[in-house]
Design a protein around this ligand. Sequence first.
Ligand code: PLP
Length: 441
Amino acid sequence: MERKRILLCLAHMSADGAEQRFVKEAFDSNWVVPLGPNVNGFEKDLEEFVNTPDGSTEQPATPTDQASAACTRPAKVVALSAGTAAVHLALLACGVGPGDEVLVQSFTFCASSHPITYLGATPVFVDSEPLTWNMDPDLLEHAIRDRIAVTGRKPKAIVPVALYGMPYDCDRILEIANRYDIPVVEDAAEGFGSRFRGRVLGTFGRFGVLSFNGNKMITTSGGGALICNAGEEDAQKIMWYATQAREAYPYYQHEAIGYNYRMSNICAGIGRGQMTIVNDHIAHHRHVQQLYEQLLAPIEGITVHSQPADGRFDSNYWLCTITIDPELRIVGQENAYRHVITGAVGGAAGVIHAVDCPTTDCQPNDNVEALRVALDKANIEARPLWKPMHRQPVYRQAPAYTNGVSESLFHRGLCLPAGPYVTDDDVRYIAATIAAAIVKR
Ligand SMILES: *Cc1c(COP(=O)(O)O)cnc(C)c1O
């Protein structure tokens, strides 16, 4: 019998149908709109989740904490239609506008930086540090000083990203941000449930972004949320902008440009159901990661990316990521990039531009592409790491502070399947397929 295809990360509903019960309730009570009991209930669940420290490693709030001004008040959460919308509104609330600059991690998915351009501002890309693969604090400080020297103005916000769930160094990034008095928008879209010093990611900066897209830690089919850490006023402002910025008149009177970004009550019903199993999901991702670490350790030339072992980092391990030694030879490597592919990474949704050349000036090494193809032939979905934004043609003009780390990782790295549907047997099969794809010397 042919094996079922093992996908990178797939939405998984609770076994007892909690999602469908909440959705049915919405239909039964005719709350089929972008507000209602499920939206309120989902926000309450999220607030409880993000405000609960993990008892074992709980630490007092540090002065590096942008929430500390309001630390007697817990974080508020606003449910939105997408993680991208959450990034957009967080930047708007930080005052980002035309002509401004925002410092953003280069090694990320485009949704971290695209909203900067929606606001007419310029992204300034900051490279990664090798330990976490996330924003390099030294380079961040250098970039802040240099932007002030070059433009005479401070960047308006800093956007670090929890890549593949891995926490950024909150201690150093928040300390630097606070010293220069710049707000932090944490992009924790991939890091829902990851913790730093026992505290949930997204609760350190002024804002924290969550995503509930179909492939994330939990899903609402599509959706997102913004964690507001600096008090009720921010949460009110986000909610106002997310609902077309309305004024209290009997007719539509518009004094600011708003957005239609609120989460639907149907999607929120799915989210409430998902919150009943979120801890199981996170535990399973971590278990799969452990198994990869164990099974891939003996394979020379393959390195599993793991969190720093100093006790501060607690990744949700959304995806397992590996790097491949450039010297390692993979079967079929001589044919890598011979043919144009017809699909696109990220699935079949939407319209994908066809290309007539299979290569670009910045792409994964031939052995990485060969391993991706070998896994694909064995019915395993693997994917290159995010291509750094400072190497994307669309951002050719954007300033960038680089150290070679993210580009080198992009050349050498691959994401492997994780998530609730990936069984121990799948991981053993994936590890064996990787071992078999290596040309023995
Ligand atoms: C998924 C993702 C987002 C945006 O989320 P959507 O809900 O898909 O809009 C933002 N940043 C990162 C790093 C992501 O991976």
